[in-house]
Design a protein around this ligand. Structure first.
Ligand code: GLN
Length: 280
């Protein structure tokens, strides 16, 4: 009797074991099928996505500027336009990138480029030794001049006559830098620094300053928009405009210089400049 029971028990255990195995096999098979179906659905999804968006995402080229500097950058019809905006757009096109323009204070541009908030700074920006300590400059794309604006009846005839006068500039520009070096540091004149070039010109109109030192092209625009002002014949300083790029972004510097070379050789750069500046 005991033997019979033992045999029965053994038989029951074998069956139980077999059932458990069978259950595992079935479960595994179901899991495999579920996984395969899942993979297939995912692959189909990717294929559909690719079909809808065949291109890779277009990289943006973020340009920092101060759109208060006509004809290089200014607001028109809710947009930022001008020579720099068009040059940057032409560079971006050559690099297969999409241009995004960020408007900010002139003295924030270098920090924005340095920190990577912007890729490139174009703002009629003059190459200076001091700025080269913080950022790199591309090859130059235009020549700038610092000129002196006075009212028509002024007794200021040249830079020498600035002694003893109050001079208006846009703060942190090269005009500010040169006047500070040549006159202010030696106590030879007074300076008033404004956030925008146009504000310095308005101060001149109101008699708050005796002269404004600013880049030639915006000077021409501001003088044409306001009665009674003239630009002195003598150029104060000649300088080079270039694009600011972060020191650790050598790759972009090379690409921008290559694009600028192309734009110069094809005549496109001159075409952009001629569109905004009529030949003298
Ligand atoms: N060329 C000048 C500079 O670099 C002024 C530029 C500007 O005001 N946007 O300082």
């Amino acid at each position: 009797m005991k033997k019979v029971l033992l045999v029965l028990l053994a038989v029951v255990m074998v069956f139980a074991l077999f059932a458990a195995c069978a259950k595992n096999v079935v479960e595994d098979a179901i899991a495999d099928v579920v996984e395969e179906v899942g993979n297939a659905v995912e692959e189909a999804g990717d294929a559909i996505e690719e079909a809808i968006e065949p291109d890779e995402e277009v990289m943006t080229l973020v340009m920092a500027t101060n759109a208060e500097f006509p004809p290089y950058e200014y607001h028109e019809g809710g947009e930022i336009v001008g020579i720099d905006a068009e040059i940057a757009a032409a560079i971006a096109e050559k690099l297969g990138m999409e241009l995004v323009i960020e408007d900010m204070a002139f003295d924030s541009i270098i920090a924005a480029v340095q920190s990577g908030k912007a890729d490139i700074g174009l703002a009629g920006m003059t190459v200076t030794e001091d700025r080269l300590k913080s950022i790199n400059f591309s090859d130059s794309y235009a020549t700038g001049k610092q000129v002196i604006i006075v009212s028509e009846d002024s007794d200021i005839m040249s830079a020498d006559d600035l002694e003893g006068k109050t001079i208006g500039v846009q703060g942190s520009t090269t005009g500010d830098l040169y006047i500070t070096w040549d006159y202010i540091d030696d106590g030879l004149a007074e300076i008033e620094r404004y956030n925008k070039g146009v504000d310095a010109v308005l101060a001149l109109m109101q008699g708050k300053v005796d002269a404004v030192v600013i880049d030639n092209e915006p000077a021409k625009v501001f003088v044409s928009q306001n009665e009674g002002l003239v630009i002195l014949e003598t150029e104060y300083v000649i300088e080079e405009y270039a694009a600011a790029i972060a020191k650790d972004n050598e790759d972009l510097l090379e690409k921008v210089n290559a694009a600028l070379t192309d734009l110069k050789e094809s005549g496109k750069l001159q075409e952009i400049i001629d569109k905004y500046i009529s030949a003298e």
